[in-house]
Write a protein that binds this ligand. Structure first.
Ligand SMILES: Cc1ncc(COP(=O)(O)O)c(C=O)c1O
Length: 388
């Protein structure tokens, strides 16, 4: 596949950004002593698998999300895979999901031999369009896998209603959305099961890979506990074929420290998003830039602040030269990726996802970002369009 964006964008080393896209070092500087103490606690105990850190973290996440159970696992990707396994999804089954998402969403379906059935997104929110879900339902549909993209929960009421009407499950990909709300309900508690990632750049990011699954269903929780531990209820007894997908005690210990800061960091992200909105609305580039939408009754937690712009790749290059790092999530929708060629799609099949891939640009939004840095970003974008 030719990578248009990649060829047009100078190598990141060409010029060191004046400020980065993420600032994990800045975040770490604030919590260094607490993180190191937590890591030392695990080393001193030599209890690296399960143990009190994992149990307490699972309890703390269940309390934060408002579910009865939370089951740690090895990654956000496994947090999607294990519930689909628990639902018995496999060859001959279909699961409806958007093509405009991270690869793991559809990958988790394909890894089980089931068919990802793509449904297009709603352009304002980048999330699954319920009307498109309805059109994609067939007698083979077993589940809907909506993604809460960039920090905004999908339009879950109609999705839950469609799922109930057709008797199919809902698995919520909340990998990017911890702390978000939809009509007073929390991300990960929308449907029967929620899936989170602790990839380091997530709003709650670990010191490596990690994930967690949330549910109120005791049967599902039981199956998930079995599946993430080789299908084993007791040592050397195996009820089903499972995986080794545990959350490390070291990750749990670090994440427990960071969970205490999550609300402050989330509020900082929301504040930064409001500042961008204000700066763009008052700039001469306001007619070029489409701002992210937060529907009423939603709390968007801005894992990413994603704008739509004309001449996106040229703008990105201009910003890079000005020392401003940006990202493109996602430059190619999944239906056009070689990994999903077996589904037989072609350009034009999901026009809103394709248009989003061509127009989106994620701006830095990390909690430690200063107002002056945000002013610099918006000024540079304004300069680009005033020269264009
Ligand atoms: C929407 C979405 N789903 C799934 C994942 C997979 O999570 P992980 O990278 O922890 O496996 C990610 C994270 O990158 C994601 O953004």
């Amino acid at each position: 596949m030719t990578t248009k964006a990649a060829t047009e964008t100078p190598a990141p080393s060409a010029r060191k950004p004046a400020f980065p896209f993420f600032d994990l070092k800045g975040q770490y500087a604030h919590i260094r002593e607490e993180v190191l103490a937590a890591v030392a606690r695990v080393f001193d105990s030599q209890h690296f698998i399960y143990g009190p850190e994992v149990l307490k973290f699972e309890e703390e996440i269940a309390a934060y999300v408002g579910t009865q159970f939370a089951i740690g696992c090895a990654s956000g990707s496994d947090a999607l895979l294990l519930p689909l396994m628990a639902l018995g999804i496999g060859p001959g089954d279909e699961v409806i999901t958007p093509p405009f998402t991270f690869v793991a969403t559809a990958g988790s379906i394909a890894r089980l031999g089931a068919r990802p059935v793509f449904a297009d997104i709603e352009p304002g929110t980048f999330n699954l369009d319920p009307e498109m879900i309805e059109r994609a339902i067939t007698p083979r549909t077993r589940a809907i896998l909506p993604v809460d993209l960039f920090g905004l929960i999908a339009d879950m009421d109609p999705i839950m209603e469609i799922a109930a009407r057709h008797g199919v499950a809902v698995v919520e990909d909340a990998a990017q959305t911890i702390g978000a709300k939809y009509k007073g309900r929390n991300a990960g508690a929308m449907g029967p099961v929620g899936c989170f990632s602790f990839y380091p750049t997530k709003n709650l990011g670990g010191a490596g890979d990690g994930g967690i699954i949330t549910t109120n269903d005791p049967d599902l929780a039981h199956k998930l506990k079995l599946l993430h531990e080789h299908g084993s209820p007791r040592r050397y007894e195996y009820e089903v074929v499972g995986a080794n997908s545990r959350l490390d005690a070291l990750q749990a210990a670090v994440l427990r420290v960071k969970l205490r800061y999550l609300e402050d960091w989330t509020e900082a992200r929301i504040g930064n998003a409001a500042r961008y909105d204000h700066l763009f609305t008052n700039s001469t580039c306001r007619d070029q830039v489409v701002l992210p939408k937060t529907p009423e009754e939603s709390r968007h937690v801005f894992n990413q602040y994603v704008i739509r712009v004309p001449k996106r790749d040229q703008l990105r290059q201009f910003l890079q030269q000005a020392g401003i790092a940006t990202e493109i999530y996602y430059p190619y929708p999944l239906h056009l990726q070689p990994a999903f060629a077996h589904l037989g799609h072609k350009p034009g099949d999901f026009p809103e996802s394709e248009r989003a891939s061509a127009e989106v640009l994620a701006l830095p939004i990390y909690p430690e970002m200063t107002p002056a840095q945000q002013v610099a970003v918006v000024s540079a974008i304004t300069d680009f369009y005033s020269q264009a």
